[in-house]
Design a protein around this ligand. Structure first.
Ligand code: MLT
Length: 208
């Protein structure tokens, strides 16, 4: 039997009461259940779509391969970005949500694939909150992200995704026309209550 391609990603979908949908993208070693409580805390009325990354690194799910910490397999990243974009397009038809109202909330590896979606498949998302991101890749030609709300929530003591990476990514996204908000907190790579509060404020401002 031909299975619908949407089932190709293990995922959770939680219907919402608002038109908004949050796309939750976990960090290395996470899965589709990880960010559900954060999704509810950020926006109790939004629908939630949470896929599990298909790449396994020593048994830990990720959204694309890396050669070493912070060094990405670009060919795999590009392929996986298109694969995820296609999943999102099919999911929007299947679950009846509008991709203009779809905001990615990505943490660490999930932030990096969300940034890659913005750079390579700019129409896929309405916007994104990138928590502890790096520069996933530099596209050959800059995408048109005109007016798309994007938040970079970086941290001053992050050794995995150093503040300089966040600044470079900010320059790339700003150059593409995104409506960019950047915040730096005094923390490390892990998410804090302050990070969640920052995202919540940004969502209230940009997405309601
Ligand atoms: C990545 O591989 O995307 C980054 O190194 C962050 C991580 O997931 O550890």
């Amino acid at each position: 039997m031909n299975r619908p391609p949407i089932l190709d990603f293990q995922h959770t979908f939680v219907p919402g009461r608002a038109a908004r949908t949050l796309l939750l993208l976990h960090g290395t070693g996470g899965d589709e259940t990880d960010l559900i409580p954060i999704g509810h805390a950020l926006d109790s009325e939004a629908a939630l779509l949470s896929p599990r990354g298909k790449v396994l690194e020593n048994g830990m799910p990720r959204f694309f391969r890396r050669l070493a910490p912070g060094i990405f397999d670009e060919e795999d990243l590009i392929r996986r970005t298109h694969e995820l974009a296609e999943f999102i397009e099919l999911a929007s038809e299947n679950y009846h949500f509008d991709r203009q109202n779809l905001l990615a909330i990505g943490y660490s590896n999930g932030a990096n694939i969300a940034a890659s979606l913005l750079l390579l498949r700019p129409g896929t998302l309405g916007g994104a909150a990138l928590l502890r991101p790096m520069v996933p890749l530099v596209p050959e030609k800059p995408p048109d992200l005109k007016g798309a709300p994007v938040l970079i929530a970086a941290a001053n003591h992050d050794t995995m995704a150093p503040p300089d990476e966040a600044r470079q990514l900010a320059a790339l996204l700003r150059g593409a026309g995104a409506d960019l908000t950047v915040s730096f907190e005094n923390a490390g790579h892990g998410l804090t209550e302050e990070t969640i509060a920052t995202v919540k404020r940004w969502l209230m401002e940009k997405a309601r």
